[in-house]
Design a protein around this ligand. Structure first.
Ligand code: IPM
Ligand code: MG
Length: 353
């Protein structure tokens, strides 16, 4: 297969993990005889510094012309502490999601047996937890009408029936391929937008009699996720709730550095870790590249290249078993491995396979 990949490394630890993702991608393509080409493009704070726009037109073009985007992270503290900043790196990420029509963000939450103890939750609670959060990504408060002056401010949580329906269909499709259990997470006891979600979901549930549909308020879901994470199979929720719940989900796996995601919709799909740019770690070679590398596995699987994805997952598991791990998940007294070393070990494993 010919694969044209747009690589958007972004800010902070972005370039370091991106390099490892690309190396793994190249190794897998060589192994399986795929032709891969990379188009590098700027985004985030890097692009603001260079051209004054966090998602420049050239970058959009590179994304549109690619088969898939391998994205890393955006964000820089120099913007966080300046409420008057006119343009922010995160706007680049949001512009990319909106312009590519990426309404479905798929975030799997899994556990790795050898990392169970890294979760702040009890072992017996998290062992076997395995669910997917389908986060609506181009609607809700992130994109609804906004207003801000010195006295008042608001964000509008707008959702149309069509937006709700298409994301629920993605949720149902995943549930049908998995354990056939879909949990719609909302706040229908308070929010009108949530009540429409619930209404549409109830109508659609009759079309999917093989799937058990249930409804849960988001506050309750936040509790249930850490009290009984194995309850969930597929959860589907709006943009803001999904943002919050998936950070919580990373505590089940044990590290933010382990969770990949896929954003799909109308145009080129984007594969990215769920974590941010961790500016404090920039250039220190300590960031975990696994979320990025697992995003590459999701990329292959998106194109139905199952064996390719499987090999990456196998290599990642092997690296964990061999204690080739970045500091935040390394065993006590274990050898020191950085971003580069973990990536190189995985590339080597793939080549030797
Ligand atoms: C995420 C991130 C982004 C979001 C930020 C960086 C804008 O937290 O992908 O979860 O809020 O969507
Ligand atoms: Mg987030």
């Amino acid at each position: 297969m010919d694969l044209k990949i747009a690589v958007l490394a972004g800010d902070g630890i972005g370039p370091e993990i991106s390099e490892q993702g690309v190396a793994v991608m190249t190794a897998v393509c060589e192994k399986f005889g795929h032709q891969v080409t990379y188009q590098y493009a700027i985004c985030g704070a890097d692009a603001i510094d260079k051209v004054g726009d966090p998602f420049p037109e050239d970058t959009f073009k590179a994304c549109m012309e690619a088969d898939a985007v391998l994205f890393s992270a955006v964000g820089d503290p120099k913007f966080d502490n300046d409420p008057t900043a006119k343009v922010r790196p995160e706007q680049g990420l949001l512009a990319m999601r909106k312009k590519l029509g990426l309404y479905a963000n798929v975030r799997p939450v899994e556990t790795f047996e050898c990392l169970i103890h890294k979760s702040p939750l009890k072992d017996e609670l998290v062992r076997g937890a395995d669910f997917i959060c389908i986060r609506e990504l181009t609607g809700g408060m992130y994109f609804g009408e906004k207003y801000q002056d010195d006295e008042k401010a608001y964000d509008t949580n707008f959702y149309s029936r069509a937006e709700i329906e298409r994301i629920l269909r993605v949720g149902y499709a995943y549930a049908q391929r998995r354990r056939k259990h879909l949990t719609v997470v909302d706040k229908a006891n308070v929010l009108a937008s949530s009540r429409l979600w619930r209404q549409v979901a109830k109508e659609m549930a009759t079309e999917y009699p093989d799937v058990q549909t249930d409804f849960m308020y988001v506050d309750n879901a936040a509790m249930r996720m850490i009290q009984d994470p194995r309850f969930f199979d597929v959860m589907v929720t709006e943009n803001t709730f999904g943002d919050i719940l998936t950070d919580e989900g990373s505590c089940i796996s044990g590290s933010m550095g382990l969770l990949p995601s896929a954003s799909t919709g109308e145009h080129t799909p984007v594969f990215e870790p769920i974590h941010g740019s961790w500016p404090q770690a920039k250039g220190l070679n300590i960031a975990n590249p696994l979320a990025q590398i697992l995003s590459v596995a999701m990329l292959f699987e998106y194109f139905n290249l199952e064996a390719e994805g499987k090999l990456i997952r196998e290599a990642v598991n092997a690296s964990l078993d061999a204690n080739v791990r970045t500091p935040e998940i390394q065993v006590e007294g274990g050898a020191k491995y950085g971003t580069k070393e973990v990536g190189a070990w995985i590339v080597d494993y793939i080549k030797k396979k």
